[in-house]
Design a protein around this ligand. Structure first.
Ligand code: ZN
Length: 502
């Protein structure tokens, strides 16, 4: 026999003999498979759900109760012995969501969306550290997820406490971090669920602003666009179809309209639009365009722009999409970062016309070109020519503060947008004593010494890395009041403390 307890979100069963509680159902999660997963994860479940835990003796409240390892949400006392419990309901700090460096929802409109730009004020904490040339160290470490070619998302998914997910799209694997057990768990697809795998283009998902319990967001897969739900108790996930057509690029959002590039009949590229309520909108055949290799869409000036080695696809809600091939011999260097803005607000992309590097104006049929004398790495005005920042126009001369930086090469990873600052700040990698070509540094050459740096009001060297290769796989993310940096080759994710972010 078991007593049934109902809380606003859950149903719990209390064993009549032992006094042990188990979760029978919880809002949005359906039937719970408690016995196969509860072992070792009770603390994580309690925090995730905002349930109650017996107090440990260390609380100096006398002996803790041993009747149950967990109690329903809101319980203050053990119903068997009356001893006080630790109530977790309502105690979780509100933490900012992290949807990947390309999906910040809070950036103002005049900043391009879809680039690694965050609105979180990371500099406020990081600039408190000793300034360069002092070489710092990371404060915390986390093991990488078992499938380490992945991207990270930290959000609440409708639960009281935030959790970190790592999705490896190439293998279609979703991983869940239990911060109390300090373990990654691979979530299993529920029976009949479609595959998560997506490898046709740069990966990108769309967040939900007000998620229901377990709701993660909209994800592209090889079969279509799906709504992703997780059940962290059962360690499962499921996909709910939103658009059943093979996705060939990451979806984009503009003015409450969604746009998906899909493979249509006879292998033509089709842009399918969806309304704010995800109801199907107009579809446009784009013709025989590439079915792989697209960048994540960049949203700027009321239109979405997918970049490709062959050209750019532009879409403004309510209009037909336009494909503009690159002019003449000009080829983009997409690996250098991404679009950047001139002072008059036009968007530009770096490339090479066979003779020299130059910036090409984006989004217009007869683009202007601005030649430059060497590679420039970065995006969204966080731009470097070798070791020196480029301020003013993207093609302006670099700002030389220290001649010694001539023999280093800086690769921007994440810009932290701050309206109150004249110069962009952000996280970069600096390759020391590297005078080779930028293309080679970004490919698989091994770079002997790299520093991780914060460029801001003061420059801070956060850490040092020996023998780095494939630096473009360095992925920053923010979770649990830390800035983290992951690389699939490393055996730990490095983390730096941030003061409480709001
Ligand atoms: Zn008790």
């Amino acid at each position: 026999m078991a007593y049934r307890w109902e809380t606003p979100a859950s149903v719990w069963l209390e064993d009549e003999n032992s006094g042990q509680f188990e979760l029978a159902a919880s809002e949005g999660l359906g039937r719970i498979d408690w016995s196969s997963h509860a072992r070792g994860r009770v603390a994580d479940f309690a925090h995730l759900l905002g349930a109650s835990l017996p107090r440990a003796c260390a609380d100096n409240q006398g002996e803790g109760c041993e009747h149950s390892s967990i109690y329903p949400e809101g319980f203050s006392f053990c119903p068997t012995c009356g001893k006080p419990l630790a109530r977790l309901a309502g105690t979780a700090q509100r933490q900012p969501d992290w949807w990947g460096p390309h999906a910040d929802q809070l950036l103002p409109r005049h900043v391009p969306h879809g680039l690694p730009v965050t609105s979180l004020p990371l500099g406020d904490s990081l600039e408190e550290r000793p300034a360069a040339p002092v070489v710092g160290r990371f404060d915390s470490a986390m093991p990488p997820p078992p499938n380490s070619q992945c991207i990270f998302i930290a959000a609440g998914y409708g639960f009281p406490e935030q959790r970190l997910l790592a999705l490896a799209p190439g293998r279609g694997v979703l991983q869940y971090w239990d911060p109390l057990g300090e373990l990654w768990h691979v979530l299993v697809p529920e029976e009949g669920t479609a595959e998560l795998r997506f490898g046709a283009a740069d990966y990108g998902w769309l967040p939900v602003t007000e998620p229901r319990r377990g709701e993660v967001g909209l994800v592209p897969t090889a079969q279509g666009l799906y709504r992703l739900w997780i059940n962290p108790i059962n360690e499962t996930y499921r996909l709910e179809s939103v658009l059943a057509a093979p996705m060939v690029a990451a979806p984009g959002a503009m003015r409450r309209q969604l746009a998906c590039l899909v493979r249509g009949h006879a292998g033509v590229l089709v842009l399918s639009s969806l309304g704010a309520d995800l109801a199907p909108g107009p579809q446009y055949e784009c013709g025989a365009l590439p079915l792989s290799g697209w960048s994540r869409p960049i949203g700027y000036d009321g239109q979405l722009c997918w970049l490709h080695a062959d050209g750019q696809l532009l879409w403004r809600p309510g209009e037909a999409p336009r494909f503009l091939p690159w002019p003449g011999t000009w080829l983009p260097r997409l690996q250098f970062g991404g679009p950047t803005l001139s002072r008059d607000g036009r968007m530009w992309l770096i490339g090479h016309d066979g003779l020299s590097y130059c910036f090409l104006e984006l989004g217009v049929p007869n683009p202007q070109r601005e030649p430059i004398d060497g590679a420039r790495l970065g995006f969204a005005n966080l731009l470097f020519r070798r070791g020196h920042p480029v301020v003013d126009e993207p093609w302006s001369g670099e700002h030389v503060e220290d001649q010694n930086e001539d023999d280093s090469l800086v690769l921007p990873l994440l810009r932290s947008f701050n309206n109150n600052r004249a110069q962009p700040s952000g996280l970069v990698l600096r390759f020391h004593k590297y005078t080779g070509r930028a293309e080679e540094a970004l490919a698989d050459r091994v770079i002997a010494r790299t520093t991780v740096e914060w460029i801001g009001r003061r420059n801070v060297i956060l850490d040092e890395i020996a023998r780095l290769s494939r630096p473009l796989e360095c992925l920053p993310f923010v979770y649990a009041n830390h800035l983290w940096l992951h690389h699939p080759d490393w055996n730990r994710i490095r983390g730096w403390n941030l003061e409480e972010l709001t």
